[in-house]
Write a protein that binds this ligand. Structure first.
Ligand code: NAD
Length: 396
């Protein structure tokens, strides 16, 4: 925090969340069994605007994880100059154990528990791991039953139900816009640069597709089932088609099959973790061979590994910059919903490009001017902006 220079009083205000909500969500399964799930929403900071952040469904979701992800959202929206604060939420559930109807009832019941705390000018959820446009449609519908028609209460909705064209691919697209800028700065040709991508869900698969489209050489990909590697470059289109049809990377017959965790230590120029948190850690940090890491996932590198990699000269683009494309296009969706107007995808992509590349340029410029790594520079800008808004509003 010293390098941020925001003063001790403001520091205390910024590290704690404004509100943490934990709720019990009972659900009767189709077979009559009653199960009780835990749901969370943490609203970290709203000095710059309504709380904003995703909802994730995963067995290990807990208050600590949601709290730290909520603060990342505060810094992410500040860094990209969106008029939002930060929040995050989720339900501790293994989605594979529930069918579609059960998931819908779970989601609607969760909304019933938290609807008084969310809203288009209060807190606007969005998709994250294991939630998608359909989940957002259920949330919008349930909220609208309680508060009247209100599509702007969530973003990442289906395009046929007030969603924005370009939202689904936005995070992966933003990751690639950032990679293009980074490669330009580093004087590297994409076609001569090798990439490994961990995770082929929403973020990883779009990032892989766009990188492939630009002629980059993707030598390794993985998902939760395993990894595949080919130093000559993988047929990305074919693998993505295999995954789209419900296959997993392990079941793909091509390239060398490897255990999933080995993906991170394969030889490549750029490593793109796009799956879960804490995957680059004390255990494997010394074996990382990439020269660049672009954090497409939230928090994939532990603080200890971050220090170690920085000392080794690995250049890392932090999550609050690299994966901000999703929240940028969520913001466009919210603006369109509030105005009852819709943009074409071309416009969303162009606006995303300028928003994210400008944020990258600000970070890079400050890093150069003050001799900082990119993560510290990004935090200096983001925390400075939230601190300033807090002081201007006054403490009451
Ligand atoms: N979806 C968004 O718009 C968005 C925006 C910003 C950040 N993120 C972050 O990006 C990450 C991925 O999100 P997503 O929406 O693509 O999720 P997703 O659920 O669509 O996909 C997750 C992918 O990760 C893989 N995976 C899970 N555990 C793994 C492991 N241990 N090793 C290797 N692969 C593993 C899964 O098989 C899947 O391919 C998360 O950290 C999320 O918070 C997502």
């Amino acid at each position: 925090m010293d390098v941020m220079d925001v003063g001790q009083n403001i520091e205390a205000l910024l590290v704690t969340a404004n509100r943490s909500i934990s709720v019990k969500i009972p659900l009767e399964l189709d077979d009559g069994t009653i199960r009780v799930f835990k749901g969370y929403r943490v609203q970290h900071n709203n000095a710059r605007g309504p709380f904003k952040g995703g909802l994730r469904y995963a067995p290990d979701v807990d208050l600590d994880e949601v709290r730290s992800l909520a603060s990342l959202m505060t810094w992410k929206t500040a860094l990209t100059r969106l008029p939002y604060g930060g929040a995050k939420g989720g339900i501790a559930v293994d989605v594979k154990e529930l069918n579609r109807g059960e998931l819908e009832r779970l989601t609607r019941r969760f909304v019933n528990r938290i609807h008084d705390f969310i809203g288009p000018q209060t807190d606007i959820p969005a998709p994250d791991m294991n939630t998608n446009a359909q989940t957002m449609a259920w949330i919008m519908d349930q909220y609208s039953m309680l508060h009247g028609h209100n599509p702007a209460v969530v973003t990442g909705k289906p395009v046929d139900l007030y969603g924005a064209e370009g939202r689904e691919s936005a995070t992966g697209r933003g990751v690639v816009y950032v990679i293009e800028e980074l490669m330009k700065d580093e004087g590297r040709d994409l076609a001569e640069t090798t990439f490994c991508i961990q995770g082929l869900g929403n973020v990883g698969s779009y990032a892989a597709r766009f990188l492939d489209g630009l002629g980059a050489k993707i030598v390794g990909v993985s998902d939760v089932s395993g990894a595949v590697y080919d130093e000559a470059g993988l047929p990305v289109g074919e693998i993505l088609e295999h995954v789209r049809k419900g296959g997993d990377v392990k079941g793909y017959a091509g390239g060398d099959a490897l255990p999933g965790e080995e993906l991170l230590t394969l030889p490549c120029d750029v490593l793109v973790p796009a799956a879960v948190g804490d995957v680059i850690n004390r255990e494997n940090m010394r074996e990382i061979r990439a020269s660049y890491i672009v954090e497409a996932a939230n928090g994939p590198v532990t603080p200890e590994a971050d220090d170690h990699l920085r000392e080794r000269g690995v250049i890392l683009v932090p999550d609050i910059l690299a994966n901000a494309g999703g929240v940028v296009v969520s913001y466009f969706e919210w603006v369109q919903n509030l105005q009852n107007f819709s943009w074409k995808e071309k416009q969303a992509n162009a606006e995303l490009h300028s928003t994210i590349t400008e944020a990258y340029r600000r970070v890079r410029k400050l890093a150069k001017r003050r001799g900082l790594d990119l993560r510290t520079a990004a935090f200096v800008l983001a925390i400075g902006s939230v601190g300033k808004a807090t002081v201007l509003r006054g403490i009451y």
